[in-house]
Design a protein around this ligand. Structure first.
Ligand SMILES: [Zn+2]
Length: 137
């Protein structure tokens, strides 16, 4: 058996029963990278320290054998960031579609509405509350 196979096997054995990675961990990993980048650009040692701490949390969670607790943390993270992540997805979609669509907010219920670009002046009927208003798209 080759040297690398042996390492791979040992690593697999080491990782078995351990938690591994989840959404919270990847978010933390990104946070650590961003914090470290900010730290190295600004020269503030506090940031590098904070980045190290976050990275340690990522590793501890990854190698943890307490799956139940880690899953719980991940669930809490997903719940707490649900709105934010929704907002991010929506924002990314808007950026992607900004050439094709114009976005309006219903004056009555604040629901976001999408209209194809270049249709001229139109009356928009809100899908949420049925409110009608005029816009140029
Ligand atoms: Zn509405």
């Amino acid at each position: 058996m080759g040297f690398f196979n042996k390492i791979r096997e040992n690593f697999a054995r080491f990782m078995s029963g351990r938690y591994g990675t989840d959404q919270l961990n990847s978010a933390l990993l990104w946070a650590a990278i961003i914090i470290m980048l900010v730290g190295s650009f600004s020269g503030l040692s506090l940031f590098s320290l904070l980045g190290d701490v976050v990275l340690i949390v990522v590793l501890v969670r990854m190698f943890s054998k307490d799956r139940y607790r880690r899953q719980n943390e991940n669930q809490i993270y997903l719940q707490k960031t649900y709105k934010l992540r929704q907002g991010m997805t929506e924002w990314v979609n808007r950026m992607k579609n900004s050439k094709k669509y114009r976005y309006f907010t219903c004056p009555q219920c604040k629901k976001r509405l999408r209209v194809p670009r270049g249709v001229g002046s139109i009356t928009i009927t809100c899908k949420g509350c049925g409110h009608k208003f005029d816009k140029k798209a």
